[in-house]
Design a protein around this ligand. Structure first.
Ligand code: 5RP
Length: 225
C-alpha cells in the first residue's frame, strides 16, 4: 500500500523538478521508485530531509543538492504519522521533523503518501514529537506542559530513546520529547503555543503545509486535497 501511494505521487514528478525527499518507510518507496526513473533518464534533483534519506538516495544514484543551493523546491513527497481534518499532519515518528518541515515549507507543493490507517478524525493518538535543545530540559518540559494546557492538551512527555537505550539525537543534534496527548482538539492552537516555548526547536504538527494526501488501502488509493 505504501509503495502504491509512492507510485501515485511519482506521477506528479516532471523532468527538471527540484524535489524534497521525505523520510520514513513510505518515503523510502518513493525514493526507490524515483531512482528507477532517474536510471531511465529522468532529470531531477533531490533535497533529502534526513541523513538516512540522503544515504539511500546517494546509494541509488538520485542526484542530490542542498536547500542552500535550491531554496525554492517544486515538490516534496513525504510520509506522515497521522493525517487529520484540513490535511493537518503529525510527523516526526522517524525523528526528522525539523528538516522535513523546513523542506516542506520551501516547496511549492507537498504530497503526503501514507497507508489508509494514518487517516484520523482527531490528531493525537500518535504521540506528538517535539524537538528540543539539549539544555534545561526540565524547564523546557514545564514550558511545553503549560503551552499544551493552554491549547486544551495534557499528557506525558517521554524523552525519545533509540532501541539500544541511548538517547535519540536528531540530525540537527537535538533531542525529541514525544507528547502523549491522546487527542489534540485544536492543532493550530497547539502549534502556535508550542512554537512560543523557549527551547522548543520545532514540533511535529504540520499545519497548512500538505497540498495533497495520497492514502492507499486494500481497496485502492484515494487522494485528498
Ligand atoms: C519521519 C516522518 C515519517 O514521514 C513518518 O514517521 C511516517 O513514517 P512511515 O512512512 O515509516 O510510516 O515524519 O520523521
Amino acid at each position: 500500500m505504501k509503495r502504491q501511494a509512492a507510485a501515485l505521487a511519482l506521477e506528479s514528478v516532471r523532468g527538471g523538478m527540484k524535489l524534497g525527499l521525505g523520510t520514513g518507510s513510505t518515503a523510502k518507496h518513493f525514493v526507490e521508485l524515483l531512482a528507477e526513473r532517474v536510471a531511465q533518464g529522468l532529470d531531477v534533483v533531490g533535497v533529502p530531509t534526513s541523513e538516512q534519506t540522503r544515504a539511500l538516495a546517494e546509494k541509488l544514484g538520485v542526484p542530490l543538492g542542498t536547500l542552500d543551493e535550491h531554496p525554492a523546491l517544486d515538490l516534496t513527497v513525504d510520509g506522515a504519522d497521522e493525517v487529520g481534518p484540513g490535511l493537518a499532519l503529525v510527523k516526526g515518528g522517524g525523528g526528522a521533523l525539523l528538516r522535513e518541515k523546513i523542506v516542506a515549507a520551501a516547496s511549492r507543493e507537498m504530497i503526503v503518501i501514507a497507508d489508509a490507517s494514518k487517516k484520523v478524525e482527531t490528531l493525537g493518538a500518535f504521540p506528538l514529537p517535539i524537538e528540543v535543545v539539549d539544555f534545561g530540559i526540565a524547564a523546557v518540559r514545564r514550558g511545553i506542559a503549560a503551552a499544551a494546557k493552554a491549547a486544551g492538551c495534557q499528557g506525558v512527555l517521554t524523552l525519545r530513546r533509540r532501541a539500544d537505550g541511548h538517547v535519540f539525537v536528531t540530525d540537527q543534534g537535538n533531542l525529541i520529547l514525544d507528547a502523549a496527548y491522546g487527542e489534540i482538539p485544536d492543532p493550530a492552537a497547539l502549534a502556535a503555543q508550542l512554537s512560543n516555548v523557549p527551547g522548543v526547536v520545532e514540533h511535529g504538527l504540520f499545519i497548512n503545509l500538505a497540498s495533497r494526501v495520497i492514502l492507499a488501502g486494500p481497496a485502492g488509493a484515494t487522494t485528498i486535497s
